[in-house]
Design a protein around this ligand. Structure first.
Ligand code: HEM
Ligand SMILES: [Ca+2]
Length: 189
């Protein structure tokens, strides 16, 4: 039987692997910077932001996902090892094994959704990243800030809120398929 392809729908993938599977465009288990770039373009990110992010993500995460391997200037990210790219100053919704932790997900809204119970405003998102900031962790905090700011830019609703269901879709990877479909429908108009 042929090996089953890696995709965000595969039940065998843990949460964080599902988060990144969308960007492995040819589904060979490795994400190169040009795949990150193309994936970002597909979900509606502009050329400049996609260029900056693909550099930032692949340079930042490549080596930690390739333990024991010689660094590669092609900056590949290995999907199966993505949990090793976890940084500090995050929400803790992915545990150290990259699994989704429902109670931590709920905690985001219990602690920070002060204006709407099921959504976050820009100010609340910023406040959350500040609250999650750990001492002496500039790098992790910057990664978190960028993750949440980009999410806001690409996925806020018409009232400038990031809905709880949108955030759930970040963690299980389904948001990227939705954004891709929305973006291709928008382009056809
Ligand atoms: C538009 C695209 C993307 C957005 C909006 C995004 C956003 C996010 C958000 C909001 C989190 C949760 C952070 C937290 O729980 O505090 C996250 C986690 C993460 N993302 Fe992304 N992401 C994107 C693409 C990618 C790509 C392409 C990769 C790598 C190939 C990646 C790797 C990670 C990793 C490793 C984490 C875990 C961080 C941790 O828990 O320490 N993301 N991302
Ligand atoms: Ca690939």
């Amino acid at each position: 039987m042929a090996a089953s392809p890696i995709s965000s729908e595969s039940p065998k993938l843990e949460g964080l692997q599902k988060h990144v599977a969308f960007f492995d465009l040819n589904q060979d288990g490795v994400i190169y910077p040009w795949e990150t770039f193309k994936g970002l373009r597909l979900i509606g990110s502009g050329v400049l932001l996609s260029t900056a992010l693909s550099f930032f993500i692949n340079v930042g995460f490549s080596q930690s996902t390739r333990p024991g391997k010689f660094p590669s200037l092609l900056f590949p990210i290995e999907v199966k090892n993505i949990k090793l790219a976890k940084h500090r100053s995050d929400t803790g919704v992915y545990d150290t094994e990259g699994r989704f932790v429902p109670s931590k997900f709920e905690e985001i809204f219990n602690k920070h959704a002060n204006t709407h119970p099921n959504a976050l405003t820009y100010g609340e998102l910023k406040e959350m990243t500040k609250a999650n900031r750990e001492p002496k962790d500039l790098t992790g905090w910057i990664f978190s800030l960028v993750e949440w700011k980009v999410l806001y830019k690409l996925a806020k609703d018409k009232n400038d809120l990031v809905q709880k269901e949108t955030i759930r879709g970040v963690y299980d990877g389904s948001l990227f398929e939705i954004l891709k479909n929305e973006h291709s429908a928008y382009k056809k108009k």
